[in-house]
Design a protein around this ligand. Structure first.
Ligand code: SAH
Ligand code: SF4
Length: 382
């Protein structure tokens, strides 16, 4: 069985080259062909030593994800659905803005955390993605976009690990992928422009701080344990105060001097002014201890099985004002690509829940969305 070279960071590729009896530095050339030039064939790697070029097809392959469909929103947002085999599909979203291009990447097929307001969470968990499957989304998107936009320069300047899945519950595969994103011979992203978003896997936040500190977003969603327990079940394992301690520790290593708290605005559930005031209280003492943060309020993107509604715009504004008045920088996330269901939390993909937890809800969801999904799938266009 050949190995997929998308599974390796540069060090891994160097070890692989050594295994073939080649010099380590050959790995740099190979790595650049793969990630900077988007080569898909070994034959195309013209300046590679001939001996290596001959050995490669026997030992390795370069396999990106299989595209099932592509949707382009009126605002330029692009959503890709990729087949992961075994009945699983995941989604990747590109969000163009004036001064940047952001790619939102998935880390798992489904998610085991099971947040109440999240469409991925409702599907349950199928499996972790491999490094090649995480990185393959970027590899595909960057080189597709260069061709699509007829650009020779880099198109993706920012990456957010905010697609399907909890990245810190797939740490072993995530870490090499992050390294390739940051590597100057790879995608050369700045640590400040690479964001891992987590629902609060405390021990892995500490690991990330040491292994590969990048920008961190923490999905907070509630000012108290009782409410957060009901929205983000992982809170029962890592309650709020432990989570905030981990955030403070992370900042000692982080490339940015603040943590971004994401807060999904749910009508009548966590969006009252009393909740905003409780957040201010909760964070006041912490700020003195060095926890600086920003808030990103995400208007809830509804899906039928959730039984939840999005907060009224005026409520979101009033909530934001309480935080801002207390000196906390607060932004409200613009919804992008909602005409193609590419907004936060709408990334449903299609996963085979192997835990059984999400199975019932998943079936309900499929029944409700099958016609829409079929209609969407009939307009592929790469
Ligand atoms: N598992 C990670 C990253 C993926 S979710 C995490 O939870 O942080 C990325 C963001 O989308 C999280 O902040 C999550 O809370 C938010 N989100 C999930 N479902 C949503 C929905 N239906 N509407 C708006 N935001 C949602
Ligand atoms: Fe998983 Fe994040 Fe969705 Fe929660 S919000 S279920 S952690 S993907």
């Amino acid at each position: 069985m050949t190995v997929n070279l998308l599974d390796y960071d540069l060090e891994g590729l160097a070890v692989f080259c050594e295994g073939l009896g080649e010099k380590r530095y050959r790995a740099v050339q190979l790595f650049r062909w793969i990630h900077q030039k988007g080569a898909t064939q070994f034959d195309a790697m013209t300046d590679l030593a001939k001996s290596l070029r001959q050995k490669l097809p026997l030992a390795a392959r370069l396999t990106g994800p299989v595209l099932l469909s592509q949707h382009i929103s009126a605002d330029g947002t692009i959503k890709w659905l990729f087949d992961m085999g075994g009945g699983d599909a995941i989604e990747t979203v590109f969000i163009p803005e004036e001064d940047r291009g952001t790619l939102c990447i998935s880390s798992q097929a489904g998610c085991a955390v099971g947040c109440r307001f999240c469409s991925t969470g409702h599907q349950g968990f199928s499996r972790n993605l491999s490094t090649a499957e995480i990185l393959g989304q970027l590899w595909f998107a960057e080189h597709f976009l260069r061709r699509h936009l007829q650009q020779s320069e880099r198109v993706i300047s920012n990456i957010v690990m905010m697609g399907m899945g909890e990245p810190l519950q797939n740490y072993a595969a995530l870490l090499p992928a992050l390294r390739v994103m940051l590597d100057d011979h790879g995608y050369g992203l700045s640590r400040r422009r690479l964001t891992v978003s987590t629902s609060g896997v405390v021990p892995m936040m500490d690991r990330l701080a040491l292994d590969c500190p990048v920008a961190l977003a923490v999905s907070l969603h509630a000012p108290s344990d009782s409410l957060r327990d009901s929205l983000v079940p992982l809170n029962k394992k890592y309650p709020l105060l432990e989570l905030l301690d981990a955030c403070t520790r992370y900042l000692a290593h982080a490339p940015r001097d603040f943590i971004t708290f994401e807060y999904c605005m749910l009508d009548g559930v966590n969006d009252q002014l009393s909740h905003a005031q409780a957040l201010v209280q909760l964070l006041r003492q912490r700020t003195k201890q060095g926890l600086t943060c920003k808030f990103n309020l995400i208007p809830f993107n509804p899906f039928p099985a959730s039984g939840l509604l999005c907060s009224k715009p005026a409520q979101v504004q009033a909530f934001a004002k309480v935080l801002s008045d207390a000196g906390i920088v607060t932004t409200v996330r613009k919804t992008r690509g909602d005409d193609i269901d590419a907004a936060c939390g709408q990334l449903a993909g299609d996963v085979q829940d192997r835990t059984g937890v999400g199975q019932r809800m998943f079936r309900q969801r499929r029944l409700m969305t099958a016609p829409a999904a079929e209609a969407a799938m009939s307009v592929p266009g790469a």
